[in-house]
Design a protein. Structure first.
Length: 508
């Protein structure tokens, strides 16, 4: 069982490749699957020509072939799960094989005249299933070759021609397996070449950081998330102190070593979600999603100390100056300029320090603001008109209120952790159920809503990890979970699909 499951277990890199492959071939696979299902149904005339007396018994089997032809296309259209799509592909093709075998057992002489029809199932791996991995295509070929033998052994009176079948089908299976391998190899080379070109276009070859072109690509999406969900975001502007002196004294090769080493230190001290950009020369920019000014200041100080303590032969220790700015809703250029001005102030103030652009605004209390510890009451205006979604929203508010009560009463950490765990588990279940309901009603913005769900869950998980590592505090996590996830997303963003679900599901 473990080895069988390993056929469906893939690395994140392989998953990205398979998604690209499946998306590129999805339209072709859907058309071929529907064509084969329709053709398989219309070939009932072959049953009628071969055995008119029994042909009426095969009509329902032809209908099975027609219906099965919609299973894999539906999975490609409505599901993002690679595993679900693979199961749907096998369900479609194996249903066709079972129905075809049933047809051959009904019509007179079917085992003799229909043996050649099994060749079509070998071609399905190329025509329908090419979007799957080569391993799954090979598994399909093996099943398709040996299942008719197995069926024939289970029902000897049918007279299945094993020898004639083997002579005809086995060489065909070998050729199709080789063709699938060649097609997969060619597509993989094309994909890897495209990835290499994309990396070359958007990354800095010396430091491995992203470049300004990449920043221009990602910043619109990051700002859209920031505005849509009310998330904080900050940037760090970092400049190596006296870098010209390094080049003049030790040479440009040593200067390159300094850039590489410090970029690696910056990455090691930051989160996976943080984006490091080589801004130009010895200057770097780091984009920090879901981070307040206070959090950005903490990270900048952490990076500053780590870089200062890093020995880089033959140069020795090198320091950096930092400018920090939280996004305030202004134009991107203005936001970057505030961080750059803060960096200039750090340079002018003696270097090897962190300066916040927030110093130029009215003083604010330290640390992230936390929501008032008050109950979140259910209001009739929150109702979407769907009994399942509304019931889950109410339950989520109750769980949130339980958590807030425990925090306000300064209950022990185990009880607070248990309450937060229960709320997070309910949120995950609700997101999954909500997506299923939206898929059922054909909500056109489903994919965008799914991305929002993933973003909120991933950000929450990252903040939990940072909390355990001492990189953030409990107040920040609680604020994000209650305000961003529960109040703003579930009780505001979900209103966008109210007209799609209102009145649905009342029979449940």
């Amino acid at each position: 069982m473990t080895r069988f499951r390993s056929l469906f277990s893939i690395s994140s890199r392989e998953e990205a490749y398979l998604r690209a492959k499946r998306e590129a071939l999805a339209a072709f696979s859907i058309r071929m699957c529907l064509l084969m299902g329709g053709t398989g149904f219309l070939l009932w005339v072959w049953d009628w020509d071969l055995d008119p007396a029994e042909a009426w018994h095969t009509l329902y089997l032809r209908a099975v072939i027609l219906a099965a032809g919609f299973v894999y296309p539906a999975a490609l259209t409505y599901s993002r799960s690679l595993r679900m799509q693979a199961f749907a592909a096998f369900a479609t093709t194996l249903s066709w094989l079972g129905a075809f075998w049933g047809i051959l057992t009904w019509v007179k002489g079917g085992m003799v005249y229909g043996t050649g029809g099994f060749m079509l199932f070998q071609l399905m791996g190329i025509l329908v299933l090419q979007g799957l991995s080569f391993r799954l295509n090979l598994l399909y070929d093996i099943l398709i070759v040996f299942l008719p033998h197995l069926f024939g052994l289970m029902e000897p009176p049918l007279g299945f021609p094993h020898q004639a079948y083997a002579v005809l089908i086995w060489p065909t299976a070998a050729m199709t397996a080789f063709a699938q391998f060649s097609l997969d190899r060619g597509f993989r080379r094309q994909y890897e070449l495209g990835q290499a070109l994309e990396d070359a276009a958007f990354s800095d070859p010396l430091t491995g950081a992203w470049n300004r072109r990449y920043f221009g690509q990602v910043i619109p999406a990051e700002l859209a998330k920031c505005r849509r969900y009310g998330l904080p975001m900050a940037i760090l502007m970092m400049d190596i102190d006296h870098f010209k002196r390094v080049n003049d004294t030790f040479g440009h090769r040593a200067g390159d070593d300094v850039l590489r080493e410090l970029a690696e230190v910056m990455r090691s001290q930051s989160r996976i979600s943080d984006i490091l950009i080589r801004w130009g020369g010895e200057e770097f920019l780091m984009l920090l999603p879901a981070t307040t000014e206070a959090g950005a200041m903490e990270l900048a100080e952490k990076i500053r100390k780590a870089c200062e303590q890093t020995e880089i032969p033959p140069v020795g220790n090198v320091t950096l100056s930092f400018g920090v700015a939280e996004y305030l809703g202004e134009a991107t250029e203005a936001w970057i300029k505030r961080a750059d001005d803060a960096l200039y102030e750090a340079k002018a103030g003696g270097r090897n320090r962190v300066v916040s652009a927030g110093l130029h605004r009215p003083s604010q209390p330290e640390g992230p603001a936390i929501l008032p510890l008050v109950h979140l009451p259910w209001r009739d205006t929150y109702a979407l008109g769907h009994p399942v979604i509304d019931a889950q929203h109410k339950a989520m508010l109750n769980l949130s209120n339980d958590l807030l009560d425990l925090v306000a009463s300064e209950a022990g950490a185990p009880r607070i952790d248990a309450a937060m765990g229960a709320l997070l588990q309910h949120i995950r279940i609700h997101f999954s159920e909500e997506e299923r309901i939206l898929a059922g009603v054909g909500y056109p913005q489903l994919e965008v809503h799914q991305q929002a769900h993933r973003y909120l869950l991933e950000t929450t998980a990252q903040m939990q990890q940072n909390l355990h590592q001492g990189e953030t505090d409990f107040r920040s996590l609680l604020d994000f979970l209650i305000t961003r996830v529960v109040k703003e997303h579930l009780l505001q963003d979900d209103m966008a699909f109210k007209r799609w679900v209102s009145g649905q599901g009342t029979a449940r």
